[in-house]
Structures are given as structure tokens and as C-alpha cells.
Design a protein around this ligand. Structure first.
Ligand SMILES: [Zn+2]
Length: 571
């Protein structure tokens, strides 16, 4: 059957009704990490995937989980602000609470020994900043009527001795907008004494990590990973019940077509995304390092899809070499042309050091002048991370559409003769990253050698992309083409292993884990900013210059390795 017809058949087999049925079951109970509702969902995964004939493993493991229990905030006039919540990995105050002077922090105020009040989400970077400035506690004011649940730990996954001390030592609360305005009004009147209590339960808990492998008929160790987080804030209708349902439904549909697959598909549900700061995927990444490093072709992450009224495909979060595939399928299914967004350090991105590229995370968004207006990320629905994220926010049509987009992208990777990566634009991105650093460094540090290598890569990438397109356009590839495709696929695997760590990971050691905070491209070169402001005659300049030289050597070495690897395939 021609490819297009096969795809059409596959998409027609995805059932909106079945998706909603799965989602309704999963989202009928709260699913914080380690909770009975999460376990119930995990056992449902076991049942559904087992019935489909997949190899299922539910790993019940001990992860360091933090559950917000209760937060209270009382103003000087005795009024208690009812919307108050606390956060994963914040400190507890004990029943006596913390009483102190509150100060509204807008960037420069002295918060030392005081309770800092800020607008925005309780997240790792602003909370750590206030803690470092000596704040005794933090109160965040978020938009709307429902405060947003968050985790404030800067540690990715499980803490280790070198990171555990970064867990917050101060309590953090969030209130909604009306309560936040009442607090700010009190501060304006000089009534700045407030009392906060926070109870957070942080300890090792047993959580489920769900893995089900669909084997291609042709034996192979290579696999595509597809899934997202299982734990949710409250009932998590959209985030992440709809996405969980898509994982089950695509397993059902793909299980009928194992004859068409050239790679296995590993369906996953991670626990500990919110209450463990990605501890589920981090556990899996640490525990199965070799398998992931050698065999994972790509990671398809799915989060907060299928919400009623979502019609906005503004961007695709991914590694650049996956963008062409994502863009093509979104265009085909929606008529919209999403722009590229470099994948961020969130959303269970635990596999960069292993060299695994990611496509997607969130996908369809709310219109930014409607239900997605004024939220943390424009387009995320207003009920995201709140008690109001319920099953009723999922739309059957929208969920089906999003499931079809994922299915098409996964199918075109798993069934392709050659993996449908497109590396050409990656060189453009790298080149622009380096130009940016060079502009900042001025004449104090020279990146031209690295830049020249990227230019060399660029031409070879284009030749590789053309070869991939040629191989995938063959209706019936002969033995020679298939053998060439095997080598091209091996080359793509190697290029991802060489380039993703050097472009994305701050830590040169692939077996350690970077923090859960934003990390820039070629993170080693971030320090040029500091160098640019230094006097070259100082010792400090010379120390930092040498560090940057070592880091430039590392980047150069890996880019050179990529060039050689491309040359070894005649490119
Ligand atoms: Zn989510």
C-alpha cells in the first residue's frame, strides 16, 4: 500500500471516543506522586498495555518526592487569605509559623530577614534569588482566581550530595490575584506584618514508572520513546490526563501495525514530574543510561494536549533536527505553520546527555486573546496547574487531532527507511549562537575557529539531509539503498550523541545531571559575558580566559568529531 494510504488508514483508526474513555478513567482521581490515584492509573496502564500484547513493566521505585500540604497567610489586620497554597520543595514553618515584615520585591528592594512578596509563578530561579538575598519567606501572587501549583527546586530529579543543599530552606506561598491585591494594599498602608505557615512533606516515596514496549516485527534494539508525565496537580484533566490517553490510544493503534515498523516504540508514563522535579524520567535516565544512549532514536514528549478550544499551533518545542518533521505534520493536519522553539530545560527532558533529540512537548495552545491570555506561557489554559484542571476541559475533537499529529510524526520516524531528521538548520542555529557569543566577547575571546567548523558542518548536513530525503522517497528501496539507509541511520544516531550534549548540556560529564534552570546554547560560552567586562591585566581575567580556552577545546573537539563522522560516510 502506498505510504499516504497507510498513513490515512492509521489516522482513521485513532478513536476520539476511546481517547475520551481513557482520559475519563485516568482523571477521575487526584494523581500527585505516590498517591493512590496515581497507582490506580499506573495499574490501568499495565492492564491496557498488557491486553494489547506489549511488554509492560511498572517500576515501583523510591524517589524523593515533595508534596505541598497546606499554606496559610494572615494579614496584620487578622484577615486570613483563603486562596493560599504552598509548594513542592519549599520549607515547612512548623505550626508556629513565620511572622515578619513583608516587602514587595520588584527587583532591588532589601528583603534580608523579611518576607518577600513578588508577582509571578513560584519557580526555581526567582525563589532562589530571593533566598540568596536573605529573604526569610516568599509570597508569590499569580494571575487569576486560582493560585498556580509549582515546584521550586532547582535540582533536576533526585538530589545527590553535591546538590541536596540547594533545596529551599525558606517557606514559599502563593495567593491568587484578589488576595494578592489585598496584601499589597495592606503593605501600602504600612500594615506590613504578616504571618505565614507552610507545611510541605518531602521524603522518599514509592512511585510508579510505567514502560511498555511495542516490538517491531523485524528484530531491533532501537526504539522511539513516547510519553509524558503521569502525576498531575489535582485531577489534571488537561495536564496531563489527555496526553496520558493519547499514549494508550497510540499503543492500541500501532500494535496492529508492527509489520510496518523499523524501530520499536517504547510508551512511557513518568511519575514525579511535578512533585519530584522530573524524578521519574531522571530515575529512568540514570538507571538505563546505556540502553538509552545506544538505542533511543528520538523522544516524543506529550503534555497538556487536546483542550477544548485549543486552535493555536504557534510553535513546536524540539531539537532543531526534529523541527522539519514536526512542522510538516502540523501543517498537514492543521494548515498552520508553527515556528521553531529550542527545547527548554523542563518537561522531562532527562535525555540530553544521552544524546537523544526531542520532538514536541506541549502542542496545541489556547488562543492568546482567549482562554490562554495572561497565563504563564501565552496559550497555556488559565486552569493549568490549578484545582480547576478537570476532565471537562478536554475536547474530543481537539484530542483526536493532537493524537493524529503525534501518530503521524511517530509513524514517519518508526516506519521510515532513513530517520527523518533535518540537520541543515541546526548549523544555522549553532552559527547564530556563536555569533551572539562573539559579539558579547568582542576582541577578548576568539570563537572564529569553532565558527569555521560549524560552517564546514553546514555543507555536510545539507548533503546528509538530501540523502535522507532521497532514501525516503524510494517506493521500493533495493538492497543497496537499505544498506545505505542503515549507515545513514547509524550516522544520525552518532551525530545526535556528539552534538546534543555539546550544544545543550552545561556539565561536560555526561553521567551527571544539569540543574532544572534555563541553560543557554553552548553553555560553556556563557562566561564570555563576564570576561568581556573584565580588565585583561587582572589575574581574574587570566583565570577565566584559561577556563574558556579549555571549554572551547571541548566544543571544537566534538564538532570536529561530527565532521569526521560525516566524512566517513562520504559526506
Ligand atoms: Zn504537564
Amino acid at each position: 500500500m502506498p505510504q499516504k494510504e497507510l498513513e490515512r488508514q492509521l489516522l482513521d483508526e485513532i478513536s476520539g471516543k476511546q481517547l475520551m474513555e481513557y482520559a475519563q478513567y485516568i482523571t477521575s482521581e487526584d494523581r500527585e506522586s505516590g498517591s493512590p490515584g496515581e497507582k490506580r492509573a499506573a495499574e490501568y496502564f499495565r492492564q491496557v498495555m498488557g491486553d494489547l500484547g506489549l511488554d509492560v513493566e511498572i517500576h515501583y521505585v523510591e524517589n524523593y518526592i515533595s508534596l505541598p500540604v497546606k499554606g496559610t497567610l494572615t494579614l496584620q489586620n487578622g484577615e486570613a487569605l483563603a486562596s493560599c497554597i504552598t509548594h513542592s520543595y519549599g520549607a515547612s514553618t512548623g505550626p508556629e509559623g513565620l511572622t515578619g515584615h513583608a516587602v514587595f520585591f520588584t527587583g532591588n528592594e532589601d528583603v534580608s530577614g523579611k518576607i518577600a512578596v513578588m508577582r509571578g509563578l513560584a519557580s526555581a530561579v526567582p525563589c532562589k534569588n530571593l533566598e540568596n538575598r536573605g529573604a526569610a519567606g516568599i509570597i508569590c501572587i499569580t494571575s487569576g482566581d486560582y493560585p498556580y501549583n509549582m515546584s521550586i527546586s532547582p535540582i533536576w530529579g533526585q538530589p545527590v550530595p553535591s546538590t541536596v543543599d540547594m533545596i529551599s530552606k525558606i517557606p514559599v506561598l502563593t495567593v491568587n490575584t484578589p488576595d494578592g491585591e489585598a496584601l499589597l494594599k495592606a503593605l501600602e498602608k504600612g500594615e506590613d506584618q504578616v504571618k505565614m505557615t507552610a507545611e510541605v512533606s518531602t521524603k522518599f516515596r514509592t512511585v510508579p514508572i510505567c514502560v511498555a514496549e511495542l516490538k517491531a516485527d523485524k528484530p531491533t534494539d532501537r526504539f522511539i520513546m513516547f510519553g509524558g508525565h503521569l502525576d498531575s496537580w489535582h485531577k489534571g484533566g488537561a495536564d496531563n490526563g489527555g496526553a496520558n490517553a493519547v499514549v494508550l490510544e497510540l499503543a492500541r493503534v500501532f500494535s496492529k501495525h508492527t509489520d510496518l515498523l523499523n524501530t520499536n516504540i517504547r510508551f512511557v508514563w513518568w511519575s514525579g514530574h511535578s512533585n519530584g522535579r522530573y524524578s521519574g524520567s531522571n530515575w529512568y535516565a540514570d538507571t538505563h543510561w546505556e540502553d538509552i544512549h545506544y538505542n533511543a532514536v528520538a523522544n516524543f514528549d506529550i503534555d497538556t494536549v487536546g483542550t477544548k478550544g485549543s486552535n493555536n499551533f504557534d510553535h513546536i518545542e524540539c531539537n532543531r533536527q526534529c523541527y522539519t518533521l514536526g512542522r510538516t505534520v502540523v501543517k498537514e493536519r492543521t494548515g498552520q505553520d508553527p515556528h521553531y522553539m529550542r527545547i527548554q530545560r523542563n518537561g522531562d527532558q532527562s535525555f540530553w546527555a544521552h544524546g537523544v533529540p526531542t520532538l514536541f512537548e506541549c502542542l496545541s495552545l489556547q488562543p492568546t486573546d482567549g482562554a490562554g491570555k495572561g497565563t504563564f506561557m501565552p496559550g497555556l489554559p488559565w486552569y493549568w496547574h490549578t484545582t480547576q484542571d478537570l476532565f471537562e476541559h478536554l475536547g474530543e475533537e481537539e484530542l483526536l487531532r493532537d493524537a493524529q499529529i503525534f501518530a503521524l510524526a511517530i509513524f514517519r520516524t518508526a516506519a521510515a527507511t532513513a530517520y527523518p531528521f533535518a540537520f541543515g538548520e541546526l548549523a544555522v542555529e549553532m552559527s547564530s549562537d556563536l555569533d551572539n557569543y562573539q559579539r558579547i566577547a568582542g576582541d577578548k575571546f576568539d570563537l572564529s575557529g569553532v565558527k569555521e567548523l560549524v560552517e564546514e558542518l553546514s555543507g555536510k548536513f545539507r548533503a546528509l539531509d538530501a540523502e535522507i530525503v532521497r532514501l525516503n522517497s524510494l517506493a521500493e528501496p533495493g538492497d543497496e539503498d537499505l544498506s545505505r539507509a542503515g549507515r545513514v541511520n547509524g550516522l544520525c544516531m552518532d551525530l545526535n550523541r556528539i552534538l546534543i550534549p555539546v550544544h545543550y548540556c552545561k556539565n561536560g560529564d555526561l553521567f551527571q545531571v544539569d540543574l532544572a534552570i534555563p541553560i543557554p546554547a553552548f553553555p560553556e560560552f556563557e562566561e564570555v559575558q563576564k570576561l568581556a567586562g573584565m580588565d585583561p591585566a587582572t589575574d581574574e581575567f587570566k583565570f577565566l580566559e584559561r577556563q574558556l580556552l579549555r571549554e572551547r577545546n571541548r566544543v571544537y573537539h566534538y564538532l570536529k568529531k561530527a565532521v569526521s563522522r560525516l566524512e566517513s560516510e562520504g559526506l
